[in-house]
Design a protein around this ligand. Structure first.
Ligand SMILES: [Ca+2]
Ligand SMILES: [Ca+2]
Length: 426
């Protein structure tokens, strides 16, 4: 008896699930990879570049979701909306009005729907909601429907990140700014001459503002400000204008400390920086430093508004009597937004300037480091293809007792072969 009750309960539940699924269409989607940027971080729609979306919809019995396959239906609508974290459809075309895009059925492929999404949205993460519904227009009855939610990122083709401290003046394009205060309630920023208070957005929690980087008075760029746990403040700029200018080395000497900003990667050029010890006792003992950017696109890839890369090795080479040298890796890894080094040399990955390659991915076209070091060091820039093009003190390199020995050849010549040649330089 008891067993029977369980049996009928089971039948009842299966029936409920079945009734519930009668009206469920199954959706899948694909972006034309030639119209978006995709990376290990995910898919990104680039403002101003139409992203072509194909949606395949199936009825509950796996037939193409088309009028002939849904008895009683005389209307099918397949729509796309972009939702904020509260689940509300938002404006992604820049006119202030929330958007619903309609996909059209491919005449020769029933059940396949296509849309071209040309956006002008505030950069960031959105939920792309695809909704397909078949209705009977005279009764208003929904006969079958399905929804698919996908997380996507919308970005502008140019994206620059700079890491800064409170009270530090930063110049980008014609805009100078300084973050005077920053906490969870917002940021106080000196933008040009005006002091503004920015509060976190009520839906995303982000702190942002539209700014003018080319001085024509119109707001061409999105500025996002984000604090990090203990480190510097991350300021991101997204623009449809090219805000990636030629890098300029900057130098500032205070007391016996030199602060210098210099590029390590610019386009396809990688530049090694040698800090040559010119101290008065360097003939007895010299401590030289080598800052070496890894060669190859895979070390300089970003996406989804973060995923910061920028791989650099820092090697300290100590030479005694100009003859015997020992080497140690002081650092090996991503320098962006971090201060690395030792008590003599500090290296801070300050600027990451990114370009969206469509198709392809994001590329850090410029990586700029800020370095702090004593003024008895001379900076030597090299664009060496092989280790012989770098200066080394000392004829004999002592075997490394602690840690790994340095593979100069791999570091300088680059072991990467994945960088494609069809990427056009901008
Ligand atoms: Ca709109
Ligand atoms: Ca402007």
């Amino acid at each position: 008896m008891r067993r029977e009750i369980w049996f009928w309960l089971f039948v009842f539940l299966v029936g409920l699930v079945w009734i519930g699924s009668v009206h469920a269409a199954t959706l899948s989607y694909q972006f034309d990879p030639n119209t978006i940027v995709s990376s290990e971080f995910g898919e990104e729609i680039i403002n101003g570049y139409a992203a072509n979306l194909t949606i395949v919809a199936l009825t509950n019995n796996s037939q193409p979701f088309t009028l002939g396959n849904i008895p009683g239906a005389d209307t099918i609508q397949v729509t796309i909306q972009f939702l904020n974290p509260l689940g509300q459809a938002v404006d992604v075309t820049g006119d202030g009005v929330e958007d619903t895009f309609t996909a059209t059925e491919n005449a020769s492929n029933p059940g396949t729907y296509e849309a071209s999404l040309n956006l002008s949205a505030r950069p960031g993460e959105y939920t792309m909601r695809i909704h397909a519904v078949a209705t009977n227009s005279s009764t208003g009855e929904i006969l079958e429907e399905g929804t698919l939610d996908v997380q996507v990122y919308i970005a502008d083709p140019y994206w620059v990140t700079v890491w800064t401290d409170q009270g530090e003046k930063v110049q980008i394009g014609s805009l100078s700014f300084e973050i005077d205060a920053m906490n969870e309630r917002g940021a106080v920023v000196l933008l040009g001459e005006s002091l503004v208070t920015l509060s976190p957005d009520s839906t995303t929690g982000e702190i942002f503002r539209q700014v003018d980087l080319d001085g024509d008075g119109s707001l061409d760029t999105w500025m996002f400000i984000k604090s990090s746990e203990s480190g510097p403040i991350e300021v991101k700029f997204y623009s449809r204008n090219n805000i990636i200018d030629e890098p300029e080395d900057k130098i500032d000497v205070k007391g016996d400390t030199v602060t210098r900003e210099a590029w390590l990667k610019n386009g396809r050029s990688y530049r090694q920086i040698v800090l040559w010890d010119n101290g008065p006792l360097s003939f007895l003992k010299a401590e030289d430093y080598y800052i070496i950017p890894y060669k190859g696109g895979q070390y300089w890839k970003e996406g989804w508004g973060s995923g910061y890369s920028g791989k650099v090795a820092i090697i300290k080479r100590t030479t005694y009597l100009g003859l015997f040298s020992k080497e140690e890796k002081v650092f090996d890894g991503n320098i962006f937004g971090r201060s690395v080094g030792d008590d003599v040399l500090k290296v801070f990955g300050r600027w990451a300037k990114n370009l969206a390659r469509i198709p392809g991915g994001w590329e850090v076209v410029q990586g700029i480091a800020k370095m702090l070091y004593p003024d008895n060091y001379e900076l030597r820039f090299r664009q060496a293809a092989i280790p012989a093009e770098l200066e080394f003190r000392g004829k004999f390199t002592l075997p490394s007792i602690f840690g790994e020995s340095v593979d100069w050849k791999a570091l300088i010549s680059g072991i990467d072969t994945t960088e494609t040649t069809e990427e056009a330089e901008q």
